[in-house]
Design a protein around this ligand. Structure first.
Ligand SMILES: *Cc1c(COP(=O)(O)O)cnc(C)c1O
Length: 457
């Protein structure tokens, strides 16, 4: 017999504020540096890229930041999102552990990313911006921003990593359906793109290159700004709505998590579920285990260096202190495109350094296996990125079984995999390989890290 246990919040219980972990950090974040002067940047330095409200959130240390009514109205289309008790998965694993998952695949884009796309588009709109540029890998962020752009009447120009552009035409079709323009990156629209194409006309692209192109275009026109789907403080902030809802839903379930798990690409969905719980702990509350799960082929948190680095390949962005594999590092192609980024959110990197969270890395075949186990028990086919969180949760549940412990696990299921079924087909056909990154290339990328003044680093 199968069982579905779902915890649904009333709309009136939706969080009114985003939670800002910066307010509770025991040690403040390292400053962000100007790429030219290598001195801490000011709000004015960021003004060509982001609207003022977003810049203020980026540097804020206020604990709670109010969610504007207009944003809340739109988020309600799919929020509050459900929390499920994975009873069937528990049975399939024969574990005494209790497993819960917070499901973000219910948004129009099918992932957590609209949680930040909507407020970012809103703040741009009210400050008079007409056009947004952005990058996307597999296409989830491009889709989310395109949807937000359609709602607020903003033009959206997406640079999609070439290899994904060719392999995943349906995400592009969704972006175009929402009215956005999507080109393959590297493109001929920008100097950064043309420079790379001149050297290699068949370059497969990377997120770092696509970011360079989007930034380059944004700074050229006053009516255009740039939007990023992960990594930055304000993006993590916008995602904390998921963790706050989870706190309420766990209380509804009469339970309390011992372990919190999320997958990490740039760190935003992980931050979303983890930060509200971590904040409680930092204010004197209960200590829980918090685990970030990343791909073994692009292991910034477990194998990267904690250092100042650029966010993009052409070195147009400010420098942030983060776990990085080097901005010129090109990760091997694997299916979780949303996790193929050389860096990690500065805030997630910082709490890893402080020993407040754990990190593990798994290869993609093990993650797809976990994804299939999950789908057969719970019915939802996870996005390739999300299978990493599923794998992390299953590993903990199996450890509980071995140790005879009934711990409570909650993880964030960041999205569904309906646009990634070719990856599942490859998995079933035995065509997926676990590629290791090239140690030599990593060494080279790390040796090229920018050198910053001693008084700052
Ligand atoms: C983009 C994406 C991720 C990775 O991004 P984070 O910023 O680390 O959350 C994970 N899962 C899904 C479904 C995504 O679309």
């Amino acid at each position: 017999m199968s069982e579905q246990i779902k915890y649904v919040l009333d709309e009136s219980a939706m969080p009114k504020d985003w939670y800002n972990l910066a307010a509770d950090l025991p040690v403040p974040l390292a400053p962000v540096l100007h790429p030219g002067t290598l001195q801490p940047i000011t709000g004015a330095d960021l003004a060509p890229l982001f609207p003022m409200a977003v810049i203020q959130q980026e540097v804020s240390t206020e604990r709670y930041i109010e969610i504007p009514d207009e944003v809340n109205q739109i988020l309600r289309q799919w929020r509050p999102s459900p929390l499920f008790r994975a009873r069937n998965l528990e049975k399939a694993l024969d574990t005494p552990a209790k497993i819960y998952y917070k499901y973000e695949g219910v948004s129009p884009a099918g992932s957590h990313k609209p949680n930040t796309a909507i407020p970012q588009a809103f703040y741009n709109k009210i400050e008079g911006v007409k056009r947004l540029t952005t990058e996307t890998g597999a296409g989830q962020w491009g889709t989310s921003l395109s949807y937000a752009g359609a709602l607020f009447g903003l033009e959206v120009q997406v640079f999609q990593v070439r290899i994904s552009y060719d392999q995943k035409p349906y995400r592009r079709a969704v972006m175009e359906t929402y009215g956005a323009t999507c080109v393959a990156s590297p493109s001929t629209l920008t100097e950064s793109g043309r420079a790379i194409l001149a050297k290699n006309p068949n370059h497969p692209g990377s997120l770092g290159i696509a970011i360079s192109e989007a930034v380059e275009l944004a700074v050229q026109r006053d009516d255009t700004k740039y939007a990023l789907g992960s990594v930055l403080n304000h993006v993590l902030l916008h995602q904390t709505i998921t963790g706050q809802e989870t706190q309420l839903q766990m209380a509804m379930a009469g339970d309390d998590p011992d372990i919190i798990i999320g997958c990490t690409g740039g760190g935003s969905n992980f931050a979303g579920i983890a930060f509200p719980f971590l904040g409680e702990q930092l204010r004197g509350g209960r200590k829980r285990r918090i685990i970030a799960v990343e791909p073994a082929s692009c292991p910034s948190l477990t194998k990267g260096q904690y250092a100042y680095d650029f966010g993009d390949t052409a070195h147009l962005t400010p420098l942030t202190k983060m776990h990085t594999l080097g901005s010129t590092f090109t990760p091997p192609g694997f299916h979780a495109g949303g996790l193929r980024y050389h860096g990690m959110a500065p805030m997630v990197s910082h709490i890893k350094e402080l020993g407040l969270i754990e990190a593990v890395a798994y290869h993609q075949t093990a993650c797809f296996e976990a994804g299939v186990t999950f789908a057969r028990a719970e019915g939802i086919v996870p996005a390739p990125e999300s299978t990493h969180a599923v794998k992390g949760a299953i590993e903990e549940a199996l450890r509980c079984k071995q140790e005879g412990k009934s711990e409570t696990i909650v993880f964030l299921l960041s999205g569904h995999g309906h646009f990634d079924m070719a990856a599942y087909s490859d998995y079933f056909a035995g065509k997926l390989v676990d590629q290791s990154y090239d140690e030599k290339e990593l060494g080279m990328a790390l040796s090229g890290l920018p050198v910053v003044p001693d008084n700052i680093a």
